[in-house]
Design a protein around this ligand. Structure first.
Ligand SMILES: *Cc1c(COP(=O)(O)O)cnc(C)c1O
Length: 471
């Protein structure tokens, strides 16, 4: 392609992106088309011959835009989805254009250097041990897998078994303790690693989904040999955190490796107002978190953090896995992740930390937690609406028709969620909690503030009153 053609093409993409992000209030807050309609829209025979580049990009934008979620907007509360902050997106646009294969420091010098420095910043922001290593992965699912691979290798190595070279065939059994309300993707990580998603000891949790310390102590008493304990910061529905300061010393007393899944909850440590929720967590051995949730980077971005750098590297690489880094201290990005070739995820993460700074991140986390509390309080003032969790972080679960029996309340909650989505003023989704249907609110969009929250609560209550009146 000629320079002129490249400029034209990038300009089209740029203009479509700008339009989407700047005219967001003109777009419905729910996708205009569902998956089936989108599939029919995209469906066509395999292209036999070239199509002009500008046509391809314009056609892609037309089709994609019809089925976009407004998760980048300020009134989106479903799942736990960061808002792809414009600074991170701008950095990521350049990542794509630069096309760096971020495997090692020779193939991608600046991308590797940005990761080295961003890793250091992350450890400082999250108050984690400065010697820990950080792998830049796709998200918390893979971060959990990487950390647990390091855990598996290390606890078996201490028992005289080299799992990285010999696998698990004939290995001493590994005990895994995990809270009953851990995220499903942690069970997936155990599945990938041959530890089995059901071959675990599930420890009882309290009403908020946090591990009950007494239950933990008695489960731990039964354990002998190589063991891994998995704790959580930020339960997906309630935002609850396990009692790290109590549980981690108990686990270490038994020689267990302690891993923390803190996909979003780890960021509570970046805000002095919520730090206490995670007190003692720095004593763990590994931590998984996301960039694309609370740090607001575009997809995909997650961080696998391991205190023992050598255990981390042994689990992820064959080459030189027993050697320290080179004398010059070069850090190869591939040593800490499963992939060799991948995008330069360090650039957008670097840009987001730079753009927000320590104080900006603290302000944002604090604001989201405050907004979650005020949304929950405002909704709870309505007769028949109940908040089912202690809103300690940015997550709230709401029950509509709480004055009715379980089946009717489930139906009212489901209808209210459908109505909210259909009205399109804001967007929230459902979940199940302790056998009941709930609406889950995750306040995590960068631009979400009290004003956007008030507007959203008004829309939610309108939908709820409509459902109650019509049925
Ligand atoms: C979102 C989440 C995950 C999974 O993270 P991905 O980035 O979607 O891979 C794991 N654990 C918790 C607690 C989460 O909130």
């Amino acid at each position: 392609m000629t320079p002129y053609e490249i400029r034209r093409l990038f300009t089209i993409a740029h203009e479509r992106a700008v339009r989407f992000r700047t005219e967001r209030d003109l777009w419905p807050q729910s996708p205009r088309q569902n998956y089936a309609a989108c599939r029919a829209d995209f469906d066509a025979a395999l292209p036999e011959d070239p199509v002009p580049p500008e046509e391809v990009i314009a056609e892609l934008a037309d089709r994609a835009e019809r089925g976009l979620q407004m998760s980048t907007g300020p009134r989106f509360f479903a799942w736990v989805i960061g808002s792809s902050h414009p600074v991170g997106v701008a950095a990521d646009m350049m990542v794509s254009a630069w096309g760096q294969n971020t495997g090692n420091h020779q193939a991608a010098p600046s991308a590797s250097a940005a990761e080295t420095v961003t890793a250091k910043w992350l450890l400082e922001l999250l108050h984690l041990p400065g010697q820990a290593s950080v792998g830049f992965v796709t998200g918390a699912t893979v971060a959990n897998m990487v950390c647990l691979a390091a855990a598996r290798g290390e606890v078996l190595r201490r028992a005289g078994w080299d799992a990285d070279s010999q696998g698990l065939f004939g290995a001493p059994p590994v005990s895994v303790l995990i809270g009953d309300d851990a995220h499903t993707t942690v069970f997936s990580a155990l599945q990938f690693l041959g530890l089995g998603h059901d071959r675990v000891v599930r420890v009882a949790t309290d009403a908020q989904g946090a591990i009950v310390p007494a239950a933990f102590a008695s489960a731990l008493a039964e354990v002998s040999g190589p063991s891994i304990v998995i704790l959580q910061a930020g339960q997906i529905n309630t935002g609850a955190c396990d009692a790290f300061a109590t549980l981690i010393p108990l686990a270490h007393g038994k020689g267990a490796w302690v891993h923390v899944d803190g996909a979003f909850g780890l960021w509570a440590r970046a805000n002095p107002g919520t730090f206490a929720l995670t007190e003692g967590m720095e004593q763990a051995d590994s931590w998984a978190t996301d960039g694309h949730k609370w740090l607001q980077t575009p997809y995909d971005s997650g961080f696998a953090i391991v205190k023992d750098e050598v255990a981390h590297r042994r689990a992820m690489t064959i080459a030189a896995s027993y050697l320290p880094m080179t004398a010059e201290g070069e850090r190869d990005p591939t040593h800490y992740v499963p992939e060799l070739s991948r995008r330069a995820r360090g650039f957008p993460a670097w840009a987001m930390i730079k753009a927000l700074g320590r104080s900006g991140i603290a302000e944002m986390v604090n604001r989201h937690c405050t907004v979650a509390r005020s949304m929950a309080q405002a909704l709870a003032r309505e007769p028949g609406v109940a908040v089912l969790n202690d809103v300690v972080m940015n997550q709230a679960i709401i029950r509509f028709g709480a004055d009715k029996d379980v089946a009717e309340g489930d139906a009212i909650t489901q209808k209210t969620i459908a109505r909210i989505q259909q009205d399109g003023e804001c967007f929230a989704g459902g979940a199940r909690w302790r056998g009941q249907q709930v609406m889950r609110l995750s306040v995590i969009g960068f631009d979400t503030d009290e004003a956007e929250a008030e507007r959203s609560v008004a829309a939610m209550l309108r939908a709820y009153r409509n459902v109650r009146q019509s049925g």
